[in-house]
Unconditional design. Structure first.
Lengths: 403, 526
């Protein structure tokens, strides 16, 4: 590329700019070069995701693993130049199958999610050669075949794609003019629909089970609002003012009945407690009655219960608290405190329940507080209280489950 | 049909190869990428340069490459510290985050290569973008721009100067960190807001990339960032952290080269936002008050965001480099050029450093009837290390080409100015038009390329998307890269819709290649 530019600089013609001129006489040389380049093109094909022998083996490996274990945990391991996506048996995370590798701009890992039907994996990536402030690309990977399709460009890298229940489209963010941002619905053919736009920070949360509404949060100088917009189009509606300050980590209940999130506890401290917005009543209440202290990432279990992380308090390590769907705290031992082989200090942030409710994936921090969280790793907690580290790397992105 | 087929194959092939290359940068300070010398991969020279910058040893009396006096003191009591200083470890971390501490495009350590340029016109180790987006010297890159791009030491110096400018933005346009330590610059944590500003002082609801620590875009809580090994238990993905956390994390967990950490870890503290001492200054309410411009709100000049030093605070133990080390880094370049005059239609002159160290040079001329093929570069003294097997031309070349149809016939002449950027030594090469011959010769005439100088606002050239006034395969490649999302914009998009269908896509690229191949005579085709 650079050699080409130098050559052209020396070869340009003088005189008034024009794109009309006489034919060249160097056709033979051009044709010769074309033949050489064409041969090289066969070797260095741009369509890197067409199935090859290597990818066929990977697909077979994944298929075999799906036969023996379900659901499978899908996750990504960060690499400086590429992230690698795996599917693992949560009962034994060392038993895993390769899914794909996504090359990216040095140092900039992907964001990703699995479609509800398990057929596709959507990911947002800064392509190789892009800079920090460049916008990213949205791709869809067909999990079974390994074929990837570019769906959209100029997408915000920090977006985790939000799938429709039918698995036929995702919602992502796109930067727009004037420092504004758009929420886009992108289908698997790459057709885009503008759902909402604003100069606030917009955060897509989830699409309701009937596929009708996208719930999203907007953070502005007024605080955080919960909004929804019809997938079919229309103006966004403000459902609730979640906080005068920050709120975060919003999760739509599996049945669409509520949104769990963290709300700021006071204006003078950036500390959070878990809350639930009830769709039917519009009311907001604490996720766990009587639970005090800083809390982390409230997630839903498949049955509609909630799991919340708690920060360490004094000498005590952090813990996980589980609230069943009927509201009663669940004193399941498996979720309590540290276990043998794990540090006596530290705390957990819940990440994801398996669809069958048998496993809980958490991020385990070794530090003593949020100000000094220390190193962390992703842990899979099993039904018998067993805990296994998912990867030797810390930079693990839990993408979802494959049934 | 065969020619059309082969030309089409050529474009597909070119696309297959060229789109996997690093994208080109056009429209910044240089029309031709200058060369730069990249010190060896150990980074020893780079790190010495970063330490020199911290102690204002690169260009102490220079307002552009030297550190301005650093302010210290509380709001309303600010004064200049007598000893300009930036924590060297902080500069090292910034350099690594910005470029992996490399000056050249592909990291030709111990060699000479084109300078590292990014899409936003960031140059070199510190990715200097301020003042680098367009040539500033009457159409030519200025001496300062040339020195930023060609000499790693001055790129570093400029970066340090910019960081101090961000620091000195407080208290008028930035908050103060270190209200409990008279905001002393020797406390590294007090550079929190200045570091944040180096990458953009964006708030919690910035459209895409926020550097605010409370932005919901970032995980909460989160392990610190690390430039160390991927299995050290910390984070390594740039997109997962605000910029200042990348820098502080890299300072605490440095990278390694050949198994050796590049610097001693400095475990910097971040603000504990759960503590009101830091939580309130970083709250949404405070940010809004300080940035809304609403005079009814309580914040005046960012005072509500002032905060104590994140605790525990640290000094940087890195000591001032020796004067000998600084002299070695600067070298003592002496400019020599192979010609004092040229009178041929095309002549290549050689630029040599007959002294020591790196000679950074810039060339320019006023007359428009001849051209030069480069604007800036380097020539190396015999003492400069060239790594075996790495491209490392010690001498630079400059081709001077005369346009015979434009050359004066009244006996007047021109000259090319070649200046040594660090010493000011000037060498002029006189350019004299060759005598006009009565009979045409069989000697092929060299091709004349006008040197890039300002022109009146141009009309659109169909097929020209890189604004170089020519439609060729480079434009076709750029269109393909744009279509694939590998680049985010075209410099002259108005030239891209070759077939006038309202879109810029592969069809336009095909037509450009066919035009260059001589298969069609004009763009747009009839």
């Amino acid at each position: 590329m650079r050699l080409l530019r130098t050559h052209l600089t020396n070869a340009a013609h003088a005189g008034a700019p024009s794109t009309t001129r006489t034919r060249r006489t160097s056709r033979r040389g051009l044709l010769g070069i074309a033949i050489i380049i064409a041969v090289a093109a066969v070797v260095t094909s741009y369509v890197s995701f067409i199935g090859s022998d290597g990818e066929a083996n990977a697909s077979a490996e994944l298929a075999a693993l799906r036969e023996q274990a379900s659901p499978l945990l899908i996750y990504s391991e960060f690499g400086q130049l590429a992230d690698t996506i795996w599917a693992a048996d949560p009962n034994d995370p060392t038993d895993r199958a390769y899914v794909t590798t996504v090359e990216h701009s040095p140092g900039s890992g992907i964001s990703a999610s699995v479609s509800p039907d398990g057929a596709h994996l959507a990911y947002v990536v800064l392509p190789p050669g892009a800079g920090w402030f460049d916008s990213a690309q949205l791709w869809a990977l067909e999990i079974e075949s390994g074929a990837a399709t570019l769906l959209a460009e100029h997408v915000g890298l920090r977006t985790t794609p939000v799938w429709t229940p039918a698995g036929d489209a995702v919602v992502v963010l796109r930067p727009a003019a004037g420092d504004s941002v758009q929420l886009l619905l992108v289908d698997l053919a790459g057709e885009t629909t503008l759902l909402a736009e604003g100069q606030a920070g917009l955060y897509p949360i989830g699409v309701t089970p009937d596929g009708a509404w996208l719930y999203f949060a907007s953070l502005s100088e007024r605080g955080t609002d919960l909004q929804r917009v019809a997938i079919s189009g229309g103006s966004p509606q403000v459902l609730a003012h979640l906080s005068d300050g920050y709120s975060r980590d919003w999760h739509l209940a599996p049945d669409g009945s509520g949104v769990a999130y963290l709300g700021q506890t006071s204006s003078s401290s950036i500390s959070f407690d878990a809350r639930v917005y009830d769709v039917a009543s519009g009311a907001v209440q604490g996720a766990v009655a009587g639970l005090s202290g800083p809390q982390f990432n409230p997630i839903w279990d498949p049955a509609g219960g909630l799991t919340v992380g708690r920060a360490p308090s004094g000498e005590a390590a952090g813990s996980l608290v589980h609230v069943s769907a009927n509201g009663s705290p669940d004193a399941a031992v498996a979720l309590e405190g540290p276990a043998a082989g794990f540090p006596a200090i530290g705390f957990y942030v819940p990440l994801w329940w398996s669809p069958d409710g048998a496993h809980l994936v958490v991020r385990s921090f070794e530090g003593s507080s949020t100000a000094n969280p220390g190193p962390s790793y992703v842990i899979v907690m099993g039904p018998a209280g067993d805990r296994q580290q998912l990867s030797p790397l810390s930079d693990v992105l839990v993408i979802g489950w494959l049934e | 049909m065969t020619r059309l087929l082969l030309a089409s194959v050529a474009f597909v092939a070119a696309f297959a190869i060229l789109v996997t290359s690093a994208p080109q940068v056009f429209g910044c300070a240089f029309s031709v990428s200058p060369t730069t010398y990249e010190p060896p991969i150990s980074r020893s020279a780079h790190l010495t340069g970063l330490e020199m910058a911290g102690y204002n040893m690169i260009a102490p009396s220079n307002v552009f490459f030297g550190i301005p006096n650093v302010e210290t003191g509380l709001r309303g009591e600010r004064a200049f510290d007598e000893d300009p200083y930036v924590p060297p470890t902080l500069l090292k971390a910034i350099g690594y985050i910005e470029s992996g501490i490399r000056q050249s495009q592909s990291g030709t350590f111990g060699g000479v290569e084109a300078v590292l340029e990014s899409f936003d016109c960031g140059y070199g180790i510190m990715q200097i973008t301020s003042g680098m987006t367009s040539p500033l010297d009457d159409g030519w890159p200025s001496l300062q721009q040339a020195l930023v791009a060609t000499h790693y030491l001055y790129d570093i110096g400029r970066g340090a100067a910019i960081l101090v400018e961000k620091w000195n933005g407080a208290p008028e346009v930035r908050p103060i960190a270190g209200t409990d330590s008279v905001s002393h610059p020797r406390i590294v944590e007090n550079w929190y807001f200045a570091t944040w500003s180096y990458n953009g002082f964006t708030g919690p609801f910035a459209a895409i990339r926020s550097n605010h620590p409370a932005s919901p875009s970032y995980a909460w809580p989160r392990s610190g960032f690390s430039c160390g090994a991927l299995d050290d238990g910390y984070g390594h993905s740039y997109g997962d952290y605000p910029y200042q956390e990348l820098v502080f994390g890299c300072a605490a967990r440095p990278p390694s080269v050949s198994g050796e950490q590049l610097w001693d870890p400095l475990a910097l503290s971040l603000p504990d936002t759960e503590d009101p001492l830091w939580g309130e200054p970083l709250s949404l309410e405070t940010w809004t008050a300080c940035t809304s411009g609403d005079s009814e709100l309580a914040c005046a000049n960012w005072d509500l965001m002032d905060m104590p030093s994140p605790a525990p605070a640290h000094f940087d133990p890195v000591e001032r480099p020796s004067d000998e080390a600084a002299e070695g880094a600067h070298g003592d370049p002496v400019l020599s050029v192979s010609h004092t005059s040229v009178d041929e239609l095309a002549t290549t002159v050689t630029i040599t450093n007959i002294g020591q160290g790196i000679l950074a040079w810039r060339a320019d001329h006023e007359q428009e009837w001849f051209a030069i093929d480069k604007q800036a570069g380097v020539a190396l003294g015999s003492d400069v290390i060239c790594t075996l097997g790495v491209p490392c031309e010690r001498d630079a070349t400059l081709r001077i080409t005369i346009a015979p149809n434009l050359a004066p016939t009244d006996g007047s002449f021109g000259w090319v100015n070649i200046i040594s950027l660090t010493t000011g030594q000037l060498w002029q090469v006189g350019v004299t038009p060759p005598p006009v011959t009565a009979e045409p010769t069989n000697t092929p005439r060299p091709t004349f390329t006008p040197t890039a100088v300002p022109t009146p606002p141009p009309a659109v050239i169909v097929g020209d998307v890189n604004c170089n006034r020519t439609a060729n395969s480079v434009d076709a490649t750029l269109i393909l890269q744009f279509g694939a999302g590998l680049i985010s914009a075209l410099l002259c998009p108005e030239g891209g819709d070759v077939n006038l269908d309202g879109r810029i896509n592969v069809l336009d690229a095909t037509l450009i290649l066919q035009f260059e191949g001589g298969l069609i005579d004009r763009l747009p085709p009839p």
